[in-house]
Design a protein around this ligand. Sequence first.
Ligand SMILES: [Zn+2]
Length: 278
Amino acid sequence: MLRQVAQGVLVHQSEFVQSNAVVVRGRAGVLLIDPGVTGSEIDCLANDLRESGQPVVAGFSTHPDWDHLLWHDRLGPAPRYGTARCAATIRDQLSDADAKDRIAAHLLETEIAGQVPLDLLGLITGLPAGTARIPWDGPQVRIIEHQAHAPGHAALLIEERGVLVAGDMLSDVLIPMLDLDGTADPIGDYLEALRLLEEVAGDVDVLVPGHGSVGGADQVRARIEQDRAYVHALRDGGDPGDPRIGPSAKPGWEWVSHVHTGQLQRLARRGERDGTPR
Ligand SMILES: [Zn+2]
């Protein structure tokens, strides 16, 4: 079911990790950002769009993680965009013939095993580096690219509607998940990304994270502060005291504490290996 969060901006939320697909109405059809997760959900979304007589005229994936790269025939043949780095990263991953099998194997451990359409995963057209806006006939959508959670991660600011689509940043249920694969300064990158989002915070009335609850204007700075405090604690080895982990985690989200422990361990190993401060 699509829920309107601002004029011409609708969200379709999955039960899986509260994943949010975002629909933006344009003149001749819609822009679809991070289309969703299971086949039946994407089907439901396609039905909703068909009923409203709005074809998908463009897609966008905020970053190269499987849950943001899906597509289905029923959504039609629209171009699917991402940043140049996002597109290059997924192209590189898919050049390994076993990549989709590995995703399918990973999904076997989840409640949505066998329900995720992987055929059209990751067929992303990279927008030239530095592209400021998504090329489409609708409200202007500014691309705020940064290095934080995954290579070529982008948040999107739908300027005329005051909506920030944050990708896997600024969630109320997931802690910041750093990109620890082959990056030189994941902590510094994440803090810089939060600073970039803070620059536009004053223009945001509605915040749509890739996973979790849609927030109002007050939530933008609150979540930036919360994420910054978490990253600082990771850096300094302190107790994050973060409501998203430990005993205060919401039921069903206890696994996020394991993500936290894993990040602590990986950062400690990096520090031991190259002697750089965390
Ligand atoms: Zn995600």
